[in-house]
Ligand binder design. Structure first.
Ligand SMILES: [Zn+2]
Length: 87
């Protein structure tokens, strides 16, 4: 997962923390980003749902969730948060 503004890497573990209402802040350039609501988000949500159905609340779910998280971090599209431009 990379900052679209300065290109520095952002920890993939932070991808879970991004929602429409809670953006992440790039530690390098200080800009804030949310995630785009697109097909990628739908696919990741679907994968989470499938994993929960297949594994239930057990340890393979944790492994599966980690893999999904890394896929998510690789493919997520970060978008600058609205109203943050005036700085
Ligand atoms: Zn940055």
């Amino acid at each position: 997962m990379k900052c679209p503004s300065c290109g520095k890497g952002i920890s993939p573990f932070k991808v879970w923390l991004i929602t429409r209402w809670s953006p992440i802040t790039c530690r390098t350039c200080g800009k804030r980003f949310g995630r785009d609501v697109n097909v990628q988000l739908a696919i990741v949500s679907f994968l989470c749902f499938i994993g929960f159905r297949v594994f239930g609340l057990s340890w393979p779910l944790i492994v599966y969730a980690l893999i999904v998280m890394l896929i998510d971090a690789k493919t997520v599209k970060l978008v600058p948060v609205e109203g943050e431009a005036k700085k």
